[in-house]
Design a protein around this ligand. Structure first.
Ligand code: PMT
Length: 419
């Protein structure tokens, strides 16, 4: 059974660069069985056309309030919706909603909507952090509007910080939660928790090592054995930890991601290099988070010249790499041992496999992701994890942005630091 079967969703799209992601939101909603009516602001129409939404949803997408006047267009869509999602919600649209404006089809529809309303803000950091926007968001929250995000990450024009629209998958999950009677504010206090200024400083002065990305094991000067890790999960952990006051060293396997603000980055390529950098930097470290996907094996020797196709398929002899996490786990006895957090990429029987790995590698916490899911694990902006601790505890973290997952993992780290 599709989880939004028969649900009537009013999808509002306002005018920011993130409007292009609303097309994916529409597709995911339709895929989940929803009937989607799209209303774009005139600003949104400059970024993405109605035809895209009509093609995806199979229903008219509208901008103007002056069409089909006898059918009460200005209120009909709001009245008939089971849930409304504004994705992205610009600072301007949030201000209009807070003030009760009714000057276009989106605002009239939302004023007429008796259903739950979710907004996914997207804007530059200064606009998000401006007292006017803060006030408007607070007004909307008090009125029962669910505020989803924003996330932290790259913004238009090379900027970086809070203000990035939450991932489409997370928005659609939130719609399903709200339709099921839940509140996205309960599970993800995103409007506050995802901004640097509102994050707790509960890791102030804590020295932390984070590993991220996928190691590359050279076969010859142009080829390597690698994996799909983009570094997003580890970089999100480093970024959120730094925002919470930690002194973070990020040991990064090749990744195109920018270095998070306030983080010291050490670039490595192979598992052996990562091993050496981790063990050279242990002094005074209180927390180690191993989010990197480390190759278990490497070619015994790497050819110094490019292997020629004409020479036939090469035989590549593999030898095991050191298991960095297990080595750390084995030597971490003693009063001042660091809190050790491992990750596990699993595809089958995820909890049992994670529990076994937690014990075998001697970690305190293990974050298990089911990498067979398309919206979790490698490369994507979202993750869905099971957080296990060595004392038998478990926390299910539903689909969230990697920054929000990082926040939950760091909450568990803080709890362990405080005994
Ligand atoms: O980078 P992204 O695209 O955002 O993707 C995130 C991720 C899927 C890579 C991340 O969430 C994740 O699961 N990282 C761990 C992947 C992995 O290598 O899992 P594993 O089950 O093979 O290893 C378990 C643990 O042992 C990991 O903490 C790993 O860092 C560590 N390990 C593994 C092998 C090795 N030789 N040394 C290690 O330290």
């Amino acid at each position: 059974m599709e989880r939004l079967a028969g649900t009537r969703v009013l999808l509002g799209v306002s005018g920011g660069i993130a409007a292009y992601k609303a097309a994916l939101v529409a597709r995911l909603l339709v895929g989940a069985g929803a009937r989607v009516d799209t209303v774009l602001t005139r600003g949104a129409e400059r970024f993405i056309g109605v035809t895209t939404f009509e093609g995806i949803t199979g229903r008219p997408a509208r901008v103007e309030v002056w069409e089909d006047v006898p059918t009460d267009t200005h209120v009909a869509l709001g009245r008939s919706a089971d849930v409304a999602l504004v994705y992205p919600a610009t600072a301007h649209t949030l201000a209009k909603l807070a003030a009760g404006f009714a000057d276009d089809l989106l605002t009239t529809s939302l004023l007429a909507a008796g259903c739950p309303v979710i907004v996914a803000p997207a804007m530059h950091t200064e606009m998000w952090e401006h007292p006017a926007t803060r006030h408007n968001v607070e007004v909307l929250r008090q009125r029962g509007v669910h505020v989803l995000g924003p996330d932290t990450g790259p913004l238009m024009g090379g900027d970086e910080g809070p203000g990035r629209v939450i991932a489409p998958e997370v928005a659609v999950d939130a719609v399903a939660e709200v339709v099921a009677g839940g509140s996205v504010r309960d599970v993800a206090p995103a409007g506050q928790a995802s901004t640097a200024e509102a994050r707790p400083r509960d890791l102030a002065g804590v020295r932390m090592l984070v590993t991220a990305g996928g190691t590359r094991e050279p076969i010859d000067p142009v080829r390597f054995l690698g994996n799909r890790s983009s570094g997003k999960m580890g970089f999100a952990l480093a970024e959120v930890a730094a925002e919470r006051g930690a002194e973070v060293t990020l040991i990064a396997a090749p990744s195109a991601l920018p270095t998070p603000p306030g983080v010291t980055r050490v670039d490595v390529t192979t598992a052996l290099e990562m091993h050496d950098e981790v063990f050279a930097r242990l002094a005074g470290v209180e927390v180690i988070v191993k989010a990197a996907a480390v190759a278990d094996f490497r070619p015994d020797t790497a050819a110094t010249s490019k292997l020629k196709k004409d020479a036939g398929a090469p035989t590549i002899e593999l030898v095991p790499n050191p298991d960095i996490l297990a080595e750390l786990g084995a030597r971490r006895e003693g009063a001042d041992r660091p809190v050790l957090v491992g990750f596990a990429a699993e595809t089958d029987d995820v909890e049992a496999a994670g529990r076994t790995k937690l014990v075998r590698k001697g970690a305190d916490l293990l974050v298990v992701n089911d990498v067979s899911a398309a919206d979790a694990g490698f490369e994507v902006d979202t993750n869905r994890v099971l957080l296990l601790d060595r004392d038998g505890g478990r926390v299910d973290v539903p689909l969230r942005s990697k920054h929000e997952v990082a926040g939950v993992v760091l909450d568990a780290v803080v709890a362990r630091l405080h005994g």
